[in-house]
Design a protein around this ligand. Structure first.
Ligand code: ADP
Length: 161
């Protein structure tokens, strides 16, 4: 079984993330999308369990995707899930340095785990969760930025913050 972990903050999940999940689902037998705490990022907008629920709803049409959350080290999670691959999305050059360092660090910690990068679809190359959060903060229209089936849930939640 070729199982991959797709880790991220997903605060909230965007069309760019969904595109990566879908493409990874064609490459692996099972993809475990996992919401992680990113200690380098400031306060989150959505609690972890809500982020998980939003991703579950947005990916329910993809049978080989499992969604969960984890608070701890990524390599430990991979071991726990018996996953040998980590999938990350790459946008502009700005992602590259950070992702390159993370991938090398992971290789140092556990040389059996391979990090695989999937290049963004150009139509989502500008898209980020932080951009969506900013739009939500100022009441902007997020149509097309997040999966349509969860757009209302995201907007409702953001209004209550
Ligand atoms: P993290 O806090 O781990 O960086 P994010 O939720 O910001 O979590 O991103 C998760 C993964 O999705 C990262 O590999 C990031 O580069 C990738 N990603 C984010 N937005 C896009 C996008 N628009 N297209 C492709 N990949 C993306």
């Amino acid at each position: 079984m070729r199982r991959a972990v797709c880790p991220g903050s997903f605060d909230p999940v965007t069309m760019g993330h969904l595109d990566i999940f879908e493409r990874a689902s064609h490459m692996f037998d099972e993809v475990v999308v996992s919401v992680f705490v990113n200690p380098t990022k400031d306060k989150a907008l959505f609690p972890m369990d809500e982020r998980v629920e939003l991703i579950r709803k947005a990916t329910k049409q993809i049978p080989n995707i499992k969604v969960t959350c984890f608070s701890g080290l990524l390599n430990e999670f991979c071991r726990q899930q018996e996953a040998k691959f980590i999938v990350r999305g790459l946008r502009a050059f700005s992602d590259f340095e950070y992702e390159f360092q993370r991938a090398l660090l992971m290789k140092k910690i556990d040389h059996e785990i391979e990090t695989v990068f999937i290049m963004t679809d150009e139509k989502y190359s500008y898209l980020s969760s932080s951009g969506v959060r900013e739009m939500l903060y100022f009441g902007g229209d997020i149509t097309g930025f997040v999966p349509a089936c969860i757009q209302d849930d995201i907007m409702k939640r953001a209004r209550n913050v």
